[in-house]
Design a protein around this ligand. Structure first.
Ligand code: TYC
Length: 106
């Protein structure tokens, strides 16, 4: 300690490998599923409100889900993905729509 002065370079050389060895947290994709009843405008509002998409981005994702059956809204760590799914499904039920939000490991 007292004998050797730690330089910025030495400090970084020691810390860098430890950081790169830490594996990134598992990520989860949050998806909307298509149905025949939820209004398109409601899906757009959900994508804006819960996933911070612009009106244009939200419209694009909604149309993809409508045409292809499902579509990604975002990718998050486990707890954030689970919270999005709960919030979206609760909001949809409050408004009496069957819109389904699910998550899957990315
Ligand atoms: N298919 C619905 C309709 O025609 C629109 C819709 C889009 C519903 C996306 C759900 O996740 C969804 N009104």
């Amino acid at each position: 300690m007292g004998t050797y002065k730690q330089t910025g370079t030495e400090s970084n050389a020691t810390l860098a490998p430890a950081r790169s060895r830490a594996k990134p947290p598992p990520m989860y994709k949050v998806l909307l599923l298509n149905d025949d009843f939820t209004p398109m405008d409601f899906v757009i509002v959900v994508l804006e409100k819960f996933f911070s998409l612009s009106r244009e981005q939200a419209t694009g994702v909604m149309l993809k889900v409508h045409r292809e059956g499902k579509g990604a809204c975002g990718v998050y760590p486990l707890d954030m993905a689970a919270t999005k799914v709960k919030q979206v499904n609760a909001f949809s039920r409050q408004h009496q729509h069957p819109l389904a939000c699910v998550m899957e490991e990315n």
